[in-house]
Design a protein around this ligand. Structure first.
Ligand SMILES: Nc1ncnc2c1ncn2[C@@H]1O[C@H](COP(=O)(O)OP(=O)(O)OP(=O)(O)O)[C@@H](O)[C@H]1O
Ligand SMILES: [Mg+2]
Length: 421
């Protein structure tokens, strides 16, 4: 249970400062309160500078309010719920919440009683913290900060790398659309990192001037702190940031192999979802970036060269990541008129895995989106490929945009069952 400072300015840090000066990263937090004093403390925390990057939404309703809300909305990184219930009644209420929460969501429970047994039971079942009201803003910030920026906190960003099995397969377009969808619809703060320094299309696809962005970061990764990162990233909407490639040919891009990893590490320290757009090349750094990813999406076209390359890429990934789930495979540009193609079934048999998604060739939609600097769903939300972007976004984040699919298939309680034996 979190230690309770006697007043809001008392803390372990000197000069009355909260002990964790690092700002809380760009996570999304929803709080559901039962009592006005808790609500007021959370609202004051929400306007604190240390939470200025995070999105903290405060509403009333307690655990039941949260259960109802997530019946219709995607879950954030962190849910804070207040309860006036006691003992095992709290666990029962939380079981309902677990039913509608995504697996990766962390939960903080705020209660009115100092009950050590309940605290133990809740943490054993995967609840991150149990706070006893009345709360003060700095205590709330410290608790959140400990979860995400404390010395033991894992980096918050999941890194998803998109790679094409051959040049022009569609990896970049799909990566940008998926990143955009994750930020816009799943409401997860996302950074798209374009590692195609000379020919990258992030700037074009989002209709933004790319500047030097990623090239500056890669040429001096040791200088890349929070402040510089903030300067180099292009903000594109409330939750999307772009690390765009300059796409100029007037300079040589000589980058140290480890610089790519350093840049990704820095970005993932503050952003929950990092989409990496890899150029079609096989170099020490691109191999390393691919193999180090949390999620890999290979975009393949149905031709022989692509089949061979896909198989080789999958073999390397399977051999080097024996304890990870296999990469996701997206077959793209199916059904180009008059072009002979390898049927999906044969392709799947040859590479040893079924594609997770098959996308049709849709030149009008892709062409319009590319030429207008728009995303595919912005041009035509109902198109098959737009629906495909949703599917990939949900696959790589484990999040859903609406609750229907969650309720349907879940046979386990995500955070509640995580640690329960
Ligand atoms: N399903 C599709 N239907 C029609 N056109 C598509 C489709 N997928 C991608 N394209 C188009 O193919 C072209 C190449 O796409 P993109 O740049 O995303 O590929 P890439 O794999 O990133 O290529 P590179 O090897 O240059 O990195 C773009 O003009 C894109 O609009
Ligand atoms: Mg590309």
């Amino acid at each position: 249970m979190s230690k309770q400072p006697t007043n809001e300015f008392e803390s372990e840090g000197s000069f009355g400062a909260a002990p964790h000066e690092r700002p809380v990263p760009r996570i999304s937090i929803d709080a559901f309160c039962e009592f006005p004093d808790t609500m007021a403390a959370l609202e004051r925390a929400a306007s604190d500078r240390r939470l200025s990057k995070a999105h903290l939404g405060v509403q009333s309703g307690g655990i039941q309010g949260a259960v109802k809300y997530y019946g219709e909305h995607p879950t954030p990184n962190l849910v804070m719920v207040e309860t006036s219930a006691q003992g095992s009644a709290v666990v029962t209420e939380l079981e309902q919440l677990a039913n509608v929460c995504d697996e990766t969501t962390k939960v903080i429970v705020m209660g009115r009683v100092n009950d050590v047994q309940l605290y133990r039971e809740l943490t054993r079942r995967g609840v991150s913290e149990y706070l006893v009201a009345p709360l003060n803003p700095l205590q709330i910030i410290e608790t959140i900060s400990n979860l995400y920026s404390g010395p033991k906190a894992a980096p918050i960003g999941r890194v998803c790398v998109f790679a094409g099995s051959r040049g022009g397969a569609g990896a970049s377009t799909i990566a940008h659309n998926v990143g955009w969808y994750i930020a816009e619809t799943l409401k997860i703060d996302t950074a798209i990192v374009d590692f195609d320094l000379a020919f990258g299309t992030v700037g074009l696809n989002f209709n933004e001037d790319p500047g030097q962005g990623i090239a500056d970061a890669l040429s001096a990764p040791e200088r890349l702190d929070d402040v510089l990162l903030e300067r180099l990233l292009i903000k594109c909407g409330e939750r999307l940031s772009l690390f765009a490639a300059p796409a100029l040919l007037d300079r040589d891009y000589e980058v140290e192999v480890n610089a790519y990893e350093s840049v990704i590490d820095q970005v993932r320290r503050s952003t929950p979802c990092v989409i990496v757009d890899l150029p079609h090349a096989w170099t020490p750094w691109s191999r390393q970036t691919l193999l180090a990813a949390d999620e890999i999406v290979i975009v393949a076209t149905p031709d022989l060269a692509s089949l061979r390359n896909t198989k080789n890429m999958l073999d390397v990934v399977r051999a080097r990541r024996p304890n990870d789930a296999p990469p996701r495979l997206v077959m793209n540009q199916m059904g180009i008129p008059k072009r002979p193609e390898i049927p999906v079934k044969e392709f799947a048999a040859a590479v040893g895995m079924e594609p997770n998604l098959v996308l049709p060739f849709d030149p009008h939609l892709f062409g319009t989106a590319a030429n207008n600097g728009q995303m595919l769903p912005e041009v035509q939300a109902q198109a098959v490929v737009s629906e495909g972007m949703r599917a990939i976004a949900e696959m790589v984040t484990g999040r859903t945009s609406h609750q229907v699919s969650k309720k349907g298939g879940r046979s386990f309680l995500p955070f509640l069952s995580k640690k329960a034996s």
